[in-house]
Ligand binder design. Structure first.
Ligand code: CO
Ligand code: CO
Length: 317
């Protein structure tokens, strides 16, 4: 049987799972390849296309690369108007353009449940790849988007969220992680991932595990989307939350007497979430400057320690 070690050009593959596969072409160039697709998360077809595409492109940015082009993958129910599919594709194509890439084709099948996503090809210099495994003890943890998109989109489906709060969440989901990635690259950050379906704690755990370190988060420093905690309290909790919590049960230490809504937020599956960056302390000020220059939101939410797993503390001690 062939294994990844038979293919030395495959710099990142299934061996130590990361955000995307990376395949070295020559000294200075490696291809990044990733794909993601899912059922509609919002009613607005154009916005869904843009969100799904921003989400798919995000894995290229999490690896420190540039997006070149993408191929659409769609599933469509025959009795649904084709104009809606066109709107999804238009939203995706325009988001791809915004990132400097182009949609080069795609494929649609018929299916009972509509789905949309993109297979994205990017490029990176092998010297500047950002992986999950590069975090070091003492690093500062930075997050670039607020949490709670799973709660907000669930509330959107049952109509219990205000229009302005849902639009705010959609704006964040449509925001490309490109500028955050460029800022990180400008100061030589080597460890990052993007926060998506496995929640902040799930993706952070992957980074901590790959880096052989412990990540500690401070609850009152986490950025939260407007109304997310209230909506979680009212029961707008997506199905993936319980799966994330069950998987991570013995890997995370939570504060005592943590409220149900905060717990729901920590395990909330994100769509097109922000980058989580492990930042060496001597690069922190330079990174903040690069982010402010590029108008990238950023929150300092914790740090990296000796040990393993994730610890969430109520406040900084
Ligand atoms: Co990812
Ligand atoms: Co992905």
């Amino acid at each position: 049987m062939f294994t990844a070690t038979d293919f030395p050009n495959l710099l990142v593959g299934l061996g130590a799972p990361d955000d995307a596969a990376v395949y070295q072409v020559d000294e200075t160039r490696a291809i990044i390849q990733t794909m993601d697709f899912f059922p509609p998360v919002v009613d607005d077809a154009y916005a869904f296309g843009a969100i799904a595409t921003a989400n798919a492109m995000s894995d290229v940015y999490a690896m420190g690369g540039d997006v070149l082009f993408g191929l659409n993958i769609a599933a469509w129910r025959e009795d649904l108007p084709l104009e809606l599919l066109s709107e999804i594709l238009r939203g995706g194509a325009e988001k791809m353009r915004e990132g400097g890439g182009v949609i080069a084709g795609g494929h649609t099948i018929t299916d009972q449940e509509p789905k949309f996503g993109v297979a994205v090809t990017g490029m990176v210099n092998p010297q500047s790849i950002m992986t999950k495994g590069g975090a070091r003890v003492g690093d500062i943890l930075i997050l670039t988007k607020p949490l709670g998109t799973g709660i907000l989109t669930t509330a959107g489906k049952n109509g219990s969220v205000s229009e302005s709060n849902l639009e705010n969440a959609m704006g964040w989901m449509m925001t490309l992680n490109k500028n955050a990635s460029l800022a990180a690259r400008a100061v030589g950050i080597r460890s990052a991932t993007d926060i998506t379906g496995y929640s902040l704690l799930g993706h952070a755990y992957e980074m901590a595990y790959a880096s052989d370190a412990q990540f500690r988060f401070v609850l009152n420093q986490l950025p939260v989307l407007d109304s997310a905690l209230e909506l979680a309290k009212q029961g707008s909790i997506p199905g993936g939350t319980a799966r994330n919590r069950d998987y991570l049960r013995d890997k995370v230490l939570l504060p005592e007497h943590l409220s149900d809504e905060w717990e729901a937020l920590l395990f909330d599956p994100q769509t097109s979430g922000g980058l989580l960056l492990a930042v060496p302390i001597e690069k922190y000020d330079a990174l903040r400057q690069e982010m402010e220059l590029r108008e990238v939101a950023h929150w300092r939410i914790g740090h990296v320690l000796h040990g393993s797993g994730i610890v969430v503390s109520q406040s900084e001690i």
